[in-house]
Design a protein around this ligand. Structure first.
Ligand code: B12
Length: 355
């Protein structure tokens, strides 16, 4: 799973499904009580979780970033607790992964894989529930809470009226994005992770917020006028695109000309668009850690193409927030945790445009 030669990692990823099946069968042999506790669907879920664990572990090793896996274990422990899966069940699952890797994995980085896994297992004891994103010390806290409450009760009108009230009070669209939409999205994720809301509620809230973002366009949309162009896209089967969309809108509000391609874009489409729109900056977003190697592959392709090699590449999203050095490992020009820093970074990578 070496980062300079990802072939071993990618070969491992092709085996993940089969390996997860064997690990799940073994876990149910050791813990037959799981069948009674969770029924037939429990086995399917255990296998699915094991697939995720193996993919996060592989990515963590390929990127030489142990925190990607330890943070994942911490996240998983909290998620599983909502489904009545205990710390001990998780520990057994990870020990079985360890056993299978010891027996079947023979690449040169075997020791590193086992070391990262061990660090992840140690993390189980420390993982703590995540505090709320709608805390009282947050700006606009009261409005964020009202907005979120409206969406969780499926009252889209009430949620929109919170936005209208803020606009009428002179709040900037940027602040509405950051403190109302983003905070409530993060909180929805937290509530889903802890098992407090359903997937359907998350989908409803997300769809309503996407609609509200669109409804705000007439309040701010301008023609790009600073001479710079930016292209934004997600890689692989990445479906998380709202964060990137909000970031792109901020660039547009700053006077950049933006080209937003959204989720799940094929590499050729990104490379063609860099040339077609002649952009200065490519902004790549990754949320699911196991897509990071695809971002790296795309960056390699962009750099090796004479027509696109000079574009500045910035990256962001959850794995880059977890490991703030990760952007270097994949060959990007920089990373930023949010839109404000992203715009600063993008400017810093450009030479001034002639008047
Ligand atoms: C909405 C949502 C979805 C939607 C996405 C819809 C859409 N159209 O985007 C759907 C339902 C598709 C989805 C699916 C899944 N999701 Co989801 N999702 C979320 C949720 C609740 C909100 C995302 C969001 O709007 N975030 C708010 C934005 C503002 O934050 P952001 O994306 O990080 O972006 C900011 C910065 O990171 C940065 N940034 C982002 N991109 C870039 C790019 C550049 C260049 C720069 C400089 C900066 C930058 O700027 C942004 C603005 O500040 C998050 C919770 C969370 N914490 O994010 C979970 C979350 C990301 N999802 C999660 C999971 C597990 C999944 C699924 C695996 C669930 C499943 N079992 O199917 C799938 C995976 C799908 C896939 N293959 O991609 C987990 C990930 C956990 C982990 N450890 O990796 C999270 C964290 C939920 C949780 N708390 O458990 N999800």
């Amino acid at each position: 799973m070496n980062a300079t030669n990802n072939a071993a990692g990618e070969a491992f990823l092709r085996e993940v499904d089969h390996l997860a099946e064997q690990i799940t069968d073994r876990q149910y042999e050791i813990q037959p009580e799981l069948e009674l506790k969770f029924g037939e669907s429990g086995r399917i879920r255990t296998k699915q979780d094991t697939v995720y664990s193996l993919r996060f572990l592989a990515e963590s090793v390929m990127m030489k970033s142990p925190s990607l896996f330890t943070q994942y274990v911490s996240w998983l422990k909290i998620l599983l607790a909502g489904y009545r899966v205990t710390e001990e069940d998780l520990r057994i699952n990870l020990s079985l992964i360890k056993e299978f890797i010891e027996q079947t994995y023979n690449e040169t980085d075997k020791e590193l894989v086992l070391e990262y896994l061990q660090r992840g297992m140690q993390e189980i004891a420390y993982a703590e529930p995540i505090p709320t994103y709608v805390a009282e010390n947050q700006p606009y806290h009261h409005y964020t809470a009202m907005y979120l409450e409206s969406l969780l009760s499926a009252d889209r009108e009430a949620a929109w009226s919170v936005v209208v009230e803020l606009l009428e009070a002179g709040t900037s669209v940027k602040d509405i994005y950051i403190f109302i939409f983003q905070r409530s999205q993060l909180e929805i994720g937290r509530l889903w992770q802890m098992g407090n809301i359903t997937v359907a509620q998350e989908h409803l809230c997300t769809a309503a917020t996407q609609a509200n973002i669109s409804k705000l366009y007439p309040y701010w949309l301008t023609n790009g006028n600073n001479g710079y162009k930016m292209l934004a896209a997600c890689v692989g089967s990445e479906l998380h695109e709202i964060g990137l969309r909000m970031l792109t809108d901020h660039f547009e509000m700053e006077g950049w000309d933006t080209y937003y391609l959204g989720a799940n874009v094929p590499h050729e489409g990104i490379i063609d668009s860099i040339q077609k729109y002649n952009v200065d900056v490519l902004a790549l977003s990754v949320t699911m850690t196991f897509h990071v190697h695809l971002a790296k592959r795309l960056i390699d392709e962009v750099r090796s193409n004479p027509a696109t090699k000079d574009v500045s590449i910035i990256v962001g999203g959850l794995p880059f927030n977890i490991d703030q050095e990760l952007w270097k490992e994949i060959g990007a020009d920089g990373y930023a945790p949010d839109e404000v820093h992203a715009i600063e970074l993008a400017y810093s990578l450009q030479s001034p445009k002639a008047e």
